[in-house]
Every structure is written in structure tokens, then in C-alpha cells.
Write a protein that binds this ligand. Sequence first.
Ligand code: CAA
Length: 258
Amino acid sequence: MTNTLTQEKLIVEKPLTGKVAIVTGASRGIGAAIAKALAAQGAQIVATHQPTTQTIHQVVKEIEEAGGVVHTVAVDIAIPEDTQRLVEETIERFGKVDILVNNAGITKDRSFRKLSREDWDNVIDVNLSGTFNTTKHVIEHMIAQNYGRIINISSIVGQAGAFGQTNYSASKAGLIGFTKSLALETASKGVTVNAICPGYIETEMVAEMPDDVKESIVSKVPIRRLGQPDEIAEAVLYLISASFVTGQQLNVNGGLYM
Ligand code: CAA
């Protein structure tokens, strides 16, 4: 934090003051925690939610009550025109985009023998192509200003696999390759690109898992519990501050995968 003494008033500047951050899938779970954490550090937030979601209002209320700035946009990140509109609205309202957190993601869990082509396409379209879409529309802005932080929320499942998640794990492994390749291309242009691989975090997505599967996973986590969304937000804050870190996958999983 920078402290400035102005006319006998101590002004404490938050580390992300003046920064503009887009967080996709910010209506709940990990995305909501990231949006709130970045706003608390002074960033102006553009929070996306699915066109059908109502619960973004709670996140907006919490950010504004804490003195933060947030603008919401209904976006289906699988649709390129939607992500183009998202970035145009961000530039129009805040003049730039410094940070992009590609968090929005879905699951359609089924064993591969039962998995339809539609289940495959839906998950790849949102989790992997959705990240292509948002990143495609911010990248020129970041390069032009010689500053950017792109953080892709991958998963332990992209590293270790999981029963019933061939589609999801392919999408999340794809994000790791995407992260490393884009990091190489933008490293000399002020733009870092990193991935976070959360383990099993206490969200609605994990709550929907069968109890026996969930219990069996938690019993194997060395830290012996599910993670909290705030613990992923802490990793996002670290990667924003880390100017010499790019192309990495940061594991936040209680030690489940090393
Ligand atoms: N491990 C081992 N075997 C399993 C299994 C598992 N987790 N789940 C099912 N099976 C077995 C069944 O016992 C059955 O065996 P038999 O053929 O010998 O009878 C066979 O697999 C087929 O079972 P189902 O017909 O029940 O399989 P299904 O196609 O309906 O799929 C499932 C079941 C949807 C995969 C269900 O097990 C499930 O929901 N598992 C949890 C998936 C999961 O881990 N999701 C994580 C969500 S959180 C997340 O993704 C966030 C993140 O990034 C970490």
C-alpha cells in the first residue's frame, strides 16, 4: 500500500486502485470471491454472469456496501459476439482493461461411455473456447498499454483426471497449454498469463457431487478439508502482483496433487 499525507489526512491507496478487472462467472462460488477480493483491493470490476442468473445482485450489493465499484454484464462466453460486447462495454465505461480472470466454467459429468457429443461440445465451448473468446478481445488492449494480467482458472482435474469428467478435464488441461503458449507470446509485451489449478473447493459445483465420491476425495486431501473460494482469490491477488511470474500453473489444492 502507498501512504500519502495530504493536508493532514492520511490517504491509504489500495494496491489495485486504478486497475480495471474483468471476472467471468462472478455470480457465485470462486468467481464471486475473486470479484470481491479484487474490488476490496481497489480494482474497478466488470463482473459477468450467465444471461439467466439472478444472484449477481448479492455480489454487487456486497462490493458496493464495502465501497467498491462494479459493473455487471450478462454474457454467454461461448458466444464470440457476447465477449466482444463485454470488452467494448468495459472500455466504454472504464477506459481500459488491465486484468482478465477467465473463471466461468461448467460441468456435465458422465462416464465416457454415456457422454454425448453435445455434453462434450457444451463443456469445451464454455470452458476452453470461452477463454479463447474473452482473451481474444482483450489482448490487443493489454499489449497496446504494455500491461496485462490474464489468469485462467483451470483445475486439478486438468492435471490428474477424474472419473466421469473426460470433457471437463480435457477443457481444463487445454487451459494449461493455452496459458503457457500465450504466456510465451506476450511475455515481452508486459502481459503475464498464468493458470490456477484449484482442488476441490466448497462451491455449488462440488456440492452437487455424490456424497460418497466427495467424502472419498476429502479423505485423500492432505489438509483434510475442502478449500474455500477465498483461498483461490488469494492466489489471484498473488499472480496480479507477481511481475516475474508467467506461464505457470499454481496449485491450490490442499496438497491433493503435487
Ligand atoms: N469412481 C469409480 N467408479 C465409479 C465412479 C467413481 N467416481 N463413479 C461411478 N463409478 C462406476 C460405477 O460404480 C459403475 O460401475 P459398474 O459398471 O461396475 O457398475 C460405473 O462406474 C458406471 O457408473 P454410472 O452409471 O453411475 O456412471 P455415470 O455415467 O452415471 O457417471 C458420475 C457417474 C456422474 C461420474 C458420478 O460418479 C459423479 O458425479 N462423479 C463425480 C464426478 C466429479 O468428480 N465431479 C467433480 C465436480 S467438482 C469439479 O469438477 C470442480 C473441480 O475443478 C475440482
